[in-house]
Design a protein around this ligand. Structure first.
Ligand SMILES: Nc1ncnc2c1ncn2[C@@H]1O[C@H](COP(=O)(O)OP(=O)(O)OP(=O)(O)O)[C@@H](O)[C@H]1O
Length: 484
């Protein structure tokens, strides 16, 4: 039977396609039970890319999940067909394809899919790129309509998007994405973020008064994209501001373009600062917006530090959680390594990408901090309390005579003793949860907290069973003690 691997979005391990859970980390493999799309044709492109199923559709394109049979890698193949298009549409589709290929070929960034090859046949043009196992932020937002993101997550996402947009803007000439919106941002189940669709991105030419193709997406596109002026990096700053505002409020900017209400919870200092920043980012006059993505990123990181400080976490331990996860994601995916005669440049290209990614990794503001990991005292409390809790059920048995003695005289005191004996395990659970939360926010290991938490639950249950038995025995055999 034909072998086909599916890569875990969490740890990158290669699993057989039949697997539901990753053999390495146990994570659910997203597409494992997805029904095969019967509409996808069984086609082998270039004797190399087997189309598996349709995963998305754009204005002029269909995107397929495909298998590279040479490397066994799952890839995404974007197919643009000109069939049935009007002359004007053919020009637009051709332009969009060429622009995307030209731009993606030059780019290497951990938050962008890598373009491996592009080719054409009689019917279509194709692009082969990294397959991103996830969904668009737009779909995610549709599924979680009520305030889907916490402040720290919005700050993390903003920081990551600043990083990738700054990378584009730092190109020579700068690349303006021009269509940043939730539909063009993909999120994997492990929280990795990718920016897709460079169809309308363009290279910035100094002094050009107006864009020749003035469009974008209503609600996210800056006013200058409607043809009044040339788009600049500040146009992307506007779109990013609109997205972050949507993530904070849940309100869709395409419903009321150019109108951004103040954020809720302005009494919180970090939220108030974010509100000020977002209002600057979505200013109608581009000159009033922040100068660059670097400025926006620094402001977001400053707000994160403030937020973390307010949460009782030392700001020196602040590291954006999503972006930290990204670093592992980008390198976990195996790269195609076997060059074919007609893609001789690909191997070199891939090697260059690997090298450059390592450089990004080292230079990234999100690179692993050398700061010693913060001490998570909740974990310690959790394990200590749970360990004390272990002794409580046997203690209850051993002290049953004394407890019965007290029970005869004072029932409230007896109940208080019961509660006191239960307290260590319950505290073990409470501290365990706090410890895990702390570990998640600081990116440290939560193992001890998990052990404390598990012991806490286990011995709370055991204690309650013992206490119940003790009580029922007392009621059954010595009801007079309780005054029955
Ligand atoms: N590399 C990828 N990995 C996985 N899915 C992808 C990938 N690229 C695109 N998709 C899916 O395909 C859909 C369409 O892709 P894309 O937005 O690039 O097409 P498009 O024709 O340029 O769209 P538009 O008409 O909005 O410009 C996306 O919404 C996404 O769900």
């Amino acid at each position: 039977m034909e072998q086909l691997d599916i890569y875990c979005s969490h740890c990158g391990a290669s699993n057989h396609k039949e697997e539901v859970h990753c053999f390495a980390c146990g994570h659910t493999l997203a597409d494992a039970d997805a029904p095969a799309d019967t509409t996808a044709p069984e086609i082998l492109l270039q004797q190399r890319y087997r189309l598996l199923n349709k995963i998305g559709e754009g204005g002029f394109s269909i995107v397929y999940r495909a298998e590279d049979i040479q490397t066994r890698q799952v890839v995404a193949v974007k197919a643009v067909s000109l069939r049935g298009l009007s002359a004007q549409e053919k020009i637009e589709a051709t332009d969009a394809f060429n622009r995307e290929v030209t731009i993606l070929t030059k780019l290497t960034h951990r938050n962008l899919p890598r373009l491996y090859r592009h080719f054409s046949d009689a019917e279509c043009w194709y692009m082969v790129m990294d397959y991103i196992e996830g969904e668009t932020l737009e779909k995610y937002l549709e599924r979680h309509q009520q305030m889907p993101f916490r402040l720290e997550e919005v700050l993390d996402i903003g920081t990551i998007l600043c990083d990738v947009l700054d990378y584009l803007h730092s190109n020579q000439p700068p690349i303006i994405f021009r269509d940043l919106k939730p539909a063009n941002i993909m999120v994997t189940s492990a929280g990795y973020i990718y920016v897709i669709d460079f169809g309308i991105a363009r290279q910035f030419k100094q002094g050009k008064p107006k864009d020749t193709i003035p469009f974008g997406s209503p609600g996210y596109a800056a006013p200058e994209q409607y043809g009044k002026a040339q788009t600049t990096p500040r146009s992307d700053i506007y779109s990013l501001g609109a997205i972050l505002h949507q993530l904070m409020t849940g309100s869709d900017p395409s419903q009321s373009p150019f109108a951004f209400a103040p954020l809720p919870n302005l009494h919180q200092q970090a939220v108030a600062k974010l509100d000020t920043l977002l209002q600057r980012m979505v200013a109608l006059d581009s000159q009033r917006r922040p100068d660059s993505m670097v400025e926006v990123q620094e402001s977001l990181q400053e707000i994160s530090r403030l937020h973390y400080h307010q949460q009782g976490l030392s700001s020196q331990y602040y590291r954006p959680t999503l972006s930290r996860t990204f670093q592992t994601a980008a390198y976990a995916q195996p790269l195609p390594s076997t060059p074919t005669p007609n893609n001789a440049g690909v191997a070199t290209f891939v090697q260059q990408q690997q090298q450059q990614q390592q450089t990004f990794y080292a230079a990234s503001p999100f690179a692993q901090s050398t700061t010693p990991p913060p001490s998570n005292r909740y974990q310690l409390y959790s394990i200590l309390c749970s360990l004390i809790g272990i002794f409580m059920p046997p203690f209850l048995c051993l002290a049953s005579t004394q407890i019965l003695f007290i029970l005869q005289r004072h029932i409230p005191i007896t109940l208080f003793i019961y509660a006191l004996l239960l307290a260590p395990s319950v505290l073990g659970i409470v501290f365990g949860h706090k410890g895990r939360d702390f570990a998640r926010r600081t990116g440290t290991s939560a193992d001890t907290a998990t052990v404390g938490l598990t012991l806490g639950y286990l011995f709370t249950a055991i204690y309650l069973v013992f206490a119940l038995c003790f009580f029922s025995t007392t009621i059954l055999f010595m009801p007079h003690i309780l005054g029955f």
